[in-house]
Design a protein around this ligand. Structure first.
Ligand SMILES: C[S@@+](CC[C@H](N)C(=O)[O-])C[C@H]1O[C@@H](n2cnc3c(N)ncnc32)[C@H](O)[C@@H]1O
Length: 492
């Protein structure tokens, strides 16, 4: 696994520079019953490769979804159906003209992931699988001659996500002129599986932390759009027509889901992202292992796989160690058996009423947790309660709690010692109560999971509904594993 090829999520520093990257979680075991979206129906819509509301640059006479699927079916290989439609052939020709060397990869529809890249021959571990010539990389640097002086005159801060999105949106406005039409035609037509595009009744069925994530992403897109409009006020000559929000959002999501970091070691360098045609057709799996670097000899960006692939298999990269909620919000899909899944219980912890705990005591405890760096980020993994949650719960269970009493001061000192690992417990009674109240938190989430799964079961089956179902089934299974552990009286 290398971070070099991660499409750029809003949640990452490199992409947006606003939201913190997700904290790395301890891997969990796979959920027992993940939903595998492996129906034929799932194939085409998932990656937006052939859906109806095409951006303006898509000629209506081009082959539609049915025709494309028919062709794909005809070319069916071992695990996926090879795509050989005119758009892809034009794209291959364009790649050739741009100096892209041939690869052992071809575009295909896979039953489990939708559109992705298939090995056309056996690939050995250590082989370069994709080379993207420098002239094909869309980066802040490559766009300097077009926008550099304009950005300098504009004077306000812009980031590369914003500028690459603007560039793509402008190419779409005048595709014939740009020379990039064959690539533009291959891009997703819409992003309806991205939660930022969910209707509100589905949005509220996301777990709370994912809803917050979506709101931040939406705010970021809107802010970037507004700055872009500002920029265009004095650069209207770039436009073919006024730039609509929908157009910009689409281009922004293209960047978000397809750009890569050129230098993973320096991920805070927000401007070091690139759109890399061809490389961006590779799908994600958490166990893909690749390495990437710019090769000065070939003047291209190369990806090497560290794993072998057999002819007909899908070739993957790894977008990073993300749980399904994060993947859903940033990329619009979920993966089965994701070892990074977890459940956040921050809200439930804050709302939990503890017998004998006054409102003032609760406030003092939360302040203390904050000062000690233990406020929030309370998570449950499969069979594992985070240390932060245990720490928070232990303090909540110090009752009575009166800051000015000696007994409370002693309990606080003991709590610090437990947190620092110098003491095992505050008291046997405190330790006895911890699993009881963790189970109460679990019951809250379980009830929510059941409620939401009930609502989802009554909805028409769409990818979005299936994604949400998977997220809640996984949450429920994590919770059940913890309850089971508590009932078996195992150490948390
Ligand atoms: C970099 S693109 C990969 C190519 C894309 N599938 C396409 O057809 O253009 C990232 C997007 O691919 C899809 N994707 C990537 N990995 C996936 C997976 N394991 N399962 C389902 N969809 C996946 C998601 O729609 C994601 O936003």
């Amino acid at each position: 696994m290398t971070e070099l090829f991660i499409p750029v999520p809003t949640g990452s520093v490199a992409a947006a520079g606003q939201m913190p990257p997700p904290k790395r979680r301890k891997p969990d075991k796979a959920p027992a019953t993940p939903i595998q979206s492996n129906s034929r129906e799932s194939v085409s819509a998932r990656n937006n490769g052939s859906t109806s509301t095409a951006p303006v640059y898509h000629k209506q006479s081009r082959k539609g979804r049915t025709s494309r699927l028919r062709t794909a079916k005809k070319n069916k290989d071992l695990n996926g159906a090879i795509i050989k439609d005119q758009e892809y052939l034009d794209f291959l020709e364009w790649l050739k003209n741009m100096g892209c060397p041939r690869t052992k990869l071809t575009l295909a529809e896979f039953s489990n992931t939708g559109r992705g890249m298939m090995a056309t021959k056996d690939i050995k571990a250590g082989e370069v699988i994709v080379q993207v010539p420098e002239r094909n990389l869309v980066t802040m640097k490559s766009l300097q001659s077009t926008y550099g002086a304009r950005i300098a005159r504009f004077g306000k801060k812009v980031n590369s996500h914003m500028i690459i999105a603007l560039h793509i949106a402008l190419l779409v406005q005048a595709p014939e002129r740009s020379g990039w039409l064959p690539y533009l035609r291959m891009l997703p037509k819409k992003f309806d599986t991205m939660p930022v595009r969910y209707p509100s009744e589905l949005l509220e069925l996301l777990p709370q932390n994912a809803q917050v994530h979506v709101k931040k992403q939406k705010a970021k897109i809107e802010a970037d759009y507004n700055i872009t409009l500002d920029f265009l006020q004095t650069n209207a000559d770039l436009l073919t027509r006024p730039l609509q929000y929908e157009e910009y959002e689409w281009a922004w999501l293209v960047v978000n889901t397809r750009c890569i970091y050129l230098d993973a070691k320096n991920q805070s360098a927000a401007d070091n992202i690139a759109l890399a045609p061809m490389l961006d057709f590779l799908n994600h799996t958490h166990d893909a292992k690749t390495e990437g670097a710019f090769c000065t000899k070939t003047k291209s960006y190369q990806i090497k796989t560290l794993l072998p692939y057999k002819k007909g298999e899908q070739v993957f990269i790894n977008y990073g160690p993300h749980d399904n909620c994060f993947i859903l919000v940033e990329y619009g899909f979920v993966t089965p058996n994701n070892p990074y899944n977890y459940v956040t219980v921050d809200n439930d912890f804050m709302q939990l009423s503890i017998p004998g705990e006054s409102a003032a005591a609760k406030k003092d405890k939360l302040e203390l947790l904050d000062m000690a760096g233990y406020h929030g980020d309370y998570v449950l993994h499969r069979n594992d309660v985070s240390f932060r949650l245990l720490a928070g719960m232990r303090l909540r269970l110090v009752n009575p709690f009166n800051k000015s009493s000696v007994a409370t001061q002693l309990a606080i000192a003991q709590w610090h010692n437990v947190v620092n690992g110098e003491l095992d417990q505050i008291s046997p009674e405190n330790e006895r109560l911890v699993p009881i109240h963790i189970e109460r938190l679990c019951d809250e989430i379980l009830a929510l999971a059941k409620k939401n799964l009930g609502i989802l079961a009554r909805k028409k089956t769409t990818f979005t509904v299936m994604h949400l179902q998977q997220v809640w089934i996984e949450a429920r299974d994590i919770i059940l594993s913890i309850i089971d552990k508590i009932h078996r009286k195992e150490e948390l």
